[in-house]
Design a binder for this molecule. Structure first.
Ligand code: NAI
Length: 331
């Protein structure tokens, strides 16, 4: 029996979370869900987008599955994601990007992993008005966080038999901050002679990715570049409805898809639950329930290969709940 905190989130969150719970329960693994509210809805109801009960539950359970939470643009409350990642020190954001059977895409054979630093950079939220009309937003890069994420990426590469790590940067312009990030990556790389280490400037990286994403293996990025490049990479495998992820710390891990709350399709049973279901398989792997994780992945691939039950983003007409049932019955 595993205790897991469930944060359904906003928009399509509750729909894809319910679908994921349905599929994971079909594995027979006993998961005791503790459901807590965070995000815009919690802000409206409780006056706090991240009530203390949410943090307490995650700290107790050590593992959480999270739907997307909405963040107002330009004004309003701070991002729940940024707050969770910083408060719980979930320093590594892991986003595997793998071509899936049956999914129409201009790219085949993509199998890369985005490792994104999750706690600092321009996401430190340090912004202020210097004088009216002039705003300063501070980018923080530290040796400690850069070394820690580089160690995570290299350890991950070794454990998963990955051959190459590309550190992505803009150190030609941000010589001090991105320069420090690269120094830390190089120092860690020296301890992993069997893994090829190289570096690429972020703008060129985007162009190289679009030309041929199969040339990349593990990508190691600061927070902002990692955020942008993750969404770009989701486009290689059928879009945001297919891209899973995890936020990992020393003791706590939160599993969530790359996508947001998709307000344009929320409440319509149109959301593709596969991204969160695949995040659920990462959670099962984290719990060392590898056989169950593999069964869920195979069930997802089987539904995709058959191509009869697909949501609108993949060119089908099936609803979120139908997809969940189709996957659960195969599990
Ligand atoms: P978004 O990811 O919600 O939506 C972008 C586009 O992808 C939309 O057209 C949407 O319909 C589509 N899409 C996303 N997920 C899908 C799914 N599972 N199935 C089918 N189509 C899907 O990004 P957007 O619009 O930039 O952000 C909306 C809200 O989500 C914002 O408040 C933002 O702050 C929040 N957000 C939350 C995240 C999180 O909690 N981890 C991550 C990204 C955004």
């Amino acid at each position: 029996m595993y205790d897991v905190t469930l944060i359904p989130g906003d928009g399509i969150g509750p729909e894809v979370a319910a679908a994921t719970v349905r599929v994971l329960s079909a594995t027979g693994i006993e998961l005791r869900w503790h459901t807590v509210m965070a995000g815009a809805e919690a802000a409206g109801r409780e006056g706090n987008p991240l009530p203390p009960a949410v943090l307490e539950s995650i700290q107790r359970d050590k593992v959480a599955l999270k739907g997307p939470t909405a963040t107002p643009i330009g004004t309003g409350h701070r991002s729940v994601n940024v707050a969770l990642r910083k408060t719980l020190d979930l320093y590594a954001n892991l986003r595997p990007v793998k071509s899936l059977p049956g999914v129409k895409s201009r790219y085949d054979g993509v199998d890369l992993v985005v490792v994104r630093e999750n706690t600092e950079d321009l996401y430190s939220g340090l912004e202020h008005v210097v004088v009216p009309g002039v705003v300063e937003s501070i980018k923080i890069i530290t040796e400690k966080a850069s070394t820690r994420i580089a160690k995570f990426a290299f350890a991950y590469a070794r454990e998963h038999a990955r051959k190459r790590i590309t550190a992505v940067h803009k150190a030609n312009i941000m010589k001090l901050s991105d320069g420090l990030f690269l120094d830390c990556c190089r120092a860690v790389a020296a301890a992993y002679p069997e893994i090829t280490y190289d570096e690429m400037i972020v703008d060129n990286t985007c162009m190289q990715l679009v030309l041929d994403p199969t040339r990349f293996d593990v990508m190691l990025l600061e927070n902002l570049y990692g955020d942008i490049v993750s969404d770009l990479c989701a486009g290689f495998i059928g879009g945001l409805g297919m891209a899973p992820g995890a936020n990992i710390g020393e003791t706590v891990a939160i599993f969530e898809a790359v996508h947001g709350s998709a307000p344009d399709i929320a409440g319509k049973n149109k959301a593709n639950p596969m991204a969160l279901i695949l995040s659920g398989t990462m959670m099962l792997d984290h719990l060392r329930e590898h056989e169950a994780a593999e069964r869920v992945r195979s069930a997802v691939y089987s539904v995709l290969r058959e191509g009869k039950k697909l949501t609108g983003d993949l060119g089908g007409t099936a609803g979120t709940t139908e997809i969940a049932e189709a996957i659960a019955s195969r599990v």
